[in-house]
Ligand binder design. Sequence first.
Ligand SMILES: Cc1cc2nc3c(=O)[nH]c(=O)nc-3n(C[C@H](O)[C@H](O)[C@H](O)COP(=O)(O)OP(=O)(O)OC[C@H]3O[C@@H](n4cnc5c(N)ncnc54)[C@H](O)[C@@H]3O)c2cc1C
Length: 308
Amino acid sequence: MELFEKTDMLLGLGNVGGIMRNNGRFTATEEISALGAGELIKIIDKNSRHKNVDFPGHKHASLYDVNKIEPDIHNYIKSLGISINLIKRVIDIKKHENIIDGIYLSDGTYVSGDVFIETTGSTGPMGNCLRYGNGCSMCILRCPSFGPRVSISSRAGVDDLQGERDDGELGAFSGSCKLSKDTLSDDIVQELDEKGVVILKIPEEDINMDKLKLKVCQQYALKEFAENVVLLDTGHAKLMTTFYPLQKLRKIPGLEKAKFIDPYAGGKGNSIRYLSVAPRADDMKVQGIDNLFCAGEKGGLFVGHTEA
Ligand SMILES: Cc1cc2nc3c(=O)[nH]c(=O)nc-3n(C[C@H](O)[C@H](O)[C@H](O)COP(=O)(O)OP(=O)(O)OC[C@H]3O[C@@H](n4cnc5c(N)ncnc54)[C@H](O)[C@@H]3O)c2cc1C
């Protein structure tokens, strides 16, 4: 079995997430283990900096360390005998009738196969983040360096489905950013280290309820997130909002020197998701192609790691 990834790390957006086991995801997590993928859950639990954390809209969350998770998952995948090909971007397919014969990589290589599983996600690339967002926010997918996402199903002739916001605009903004913990005041860092969460009031004049409509995770679009800055300790300080103008953020006591570390342009925008979902059956087979399956966000408008 061969795995192709366009960047130099597995996990994609999983390298910047962190929240697991909150609300119904706890049950879903136990189901995933019962269904046989428990090793992944064990690795995530082992890398959790905090467990059983409550914050608005989230009960009993655990927060994994986004800076430490990837190598452990990488090694586990390798131990399964799966051959990992990094910095290998799939750009096209070869097919006859409804069967994919093989894939073409951006370096010109052709790889044939019997069955293909597409897990390219639904985010970006740059053109989409410009068209439906506030420009490339320089997110973890690093399209300018590693090349754009390519929808394999669409290359095979199957039209992608896309998410739509209230105003009819396509896609949705990712719902959080990360601040470097080094740039926060000592007391905030101490509280983050101890409790996993810090909630700070946003000055009245900067509260923006409309911003809640932009985000992917609409079930967490609560007024608490418009009235407060919610920080979580995922190794960096996860800032629970789509984006936040830096000079306004620095008005908040303790954040005078705050600096975005993900996405780098988190003061202006974020990655745009929900732009590429394959029509599929419940066995995850892509409709219209006999040997193409999909998984993760490519398989539906899912919000997070657990669902993906
Ligand atoms: C800022 C942010 C914070 C988040 N926080 C959380 C959180 O706290 N909790 C939570 O549950 N979820 C969170 N999520 C959502 C979660 O990360 C996603 O739901 C999940 O990562 C989707 O997984 P995926 O593998 O389907 O897609 P992705 O993570 O998008 O991965 C797709 C992968 O495919 C690769 N790829 C794309 N095209 C090609 C190609 N043509 N050839 C080769 N490789 C290709 C990409 O490089 C990438 O590695 C967050 C997302 C973001 C952006």
